[in-house]
Design a protein around this ligand. Structure first.
Ligand SMILES: [Zn+2]
Ligand SMILES: [Zn+2]
Length: 296
């Protein structure tokens, strides 16, 4: 699994930082979380094919999180994208997408399926879940969690001792089923172990709220907006954003392993102040930058 930060600026992009977008690459899935203006080009610069995107999760309909969607779709159509692009967003997303398609002349189209999220666990795949909860940002905004399912692995010493050969019998044990081998029942408990799946949470634009804590709880990685440093706490409150210290406190409370800050106001030329404010309360903190890749 890999996270690629494609844009790490807030409302206004800078020379170094584009608008919000993070790509979660997991097997054949490419889950794009937000798609600010210019995201398709950021994807290319990061060395990833835009056609790798399979899902777009929209946190909210502020321009810095969605203006890249039409451009990306236009490119996918030109490149003969041959699957259905799944788009998930808050209530109102269907109508907004329809209006967006009306606003431009799209010659080529791709097939899209648009989902308005109405429940916490809104997607279950073979290997992972996706969850969302509303945040508090003045317009309907969602935070997201990517939750990998636990994986069962074979205990090689145990199966060797029992003499079970490689092949379908091991496959059965790995999927959690008992087998009969040489007339003896063998259970998955004695021959396998569980590896805990990873959890990554993305807290987009919001003030501190209890849903952010609920989503972030026990995450391996928390990606959290930190538009301002602590001295601009009042401004953060006014514009309904978080400070980096508040993100650090959230990471602490939610017992996450690592905090990655993003969505910085254009006023910050270096990240020192933002990073230090968070690190004072949660030491395992880093600031994201465009094209930063994290392998998990
Ligand atoms: Zn924003
Ligand atoms: Zn916003």
């Amino acid at each position: 699994m890999q996270l690629t930060f494609l844009g790490t600026s807030a409302m206004v992009p800078t020379k170094e930082r584009n608008h919000s977008a993070v790509l979660v690459s997991y097997g054949s899935e490419g889950i794009l979380i937000d798609c600010g203006e210019g995201t398709q080009r950021q994807i290319k610069i990061a060395g990833i094919k835009p056609s790798k995107v399979t899902k777009i999760l929209i946190s909210h309909w502020h321009g810095d999180h969605v203006l890249g969607i039409p451009g990306l779709i236009q490119t996918l159509a030109k490149n003969e994208y041959d699957r259905v692009l799944e788009i998930y967003g808050p209530k109102g997303t269907k109508n907004r997408m329809k209006n967006m398609f009306k606003a431009f002349s799209f010659e080529d189209k791709i097939e899209t399926r648009i989902h308005e999220i109405t429940k916490k666990r809104f997607f279950e795949g073979k290997d992972f879940f996706l969850e969302a909860l509303p945040l508090e940002h003045g317009i309907t905004t969602l935070g997201f969690s990517f939750i990998e399912k636990d994986k069962r692995r074979i205990r090689l010493d145990a199966v060797r001792k029992l003499g079970i050969p490689e092949g379908p019998l091991l496959g059965k044990l790995q999927s959690g089923n008992a087998i009969t081998f040489k007339g003896k029942k063998i259970t998955p408990e004695e021959t396998t172990y569980l590896v805990k799946g990873k959890k990554i949470t993305f807290i987009a634009d919001t003030i501190e709220c209890k849903n952010a804590l609920e989503l972030a709880m026990d995450s391996d990685i928390l990606v959290c907006e930190a538009t301002y440093a602590d001295d601009l706490k009042e401004k953060a409150e006014e514009y309904k954003h978080m400070t980096s210290k508040q993100a650090g406190l959230l990471a602490n409370q939610a017992k996450v392993k690592k905090l990655i800050l993003t969505h910085f106001s254009q006023r910050y030329k270096t990240m020192e102040e933002i990073e230090n404010d968070a690190k004072n309360v949660f030491s395992n903190t880093i600031c994201a930058y465009d094209f930063m890749k994290i392998k998990i």
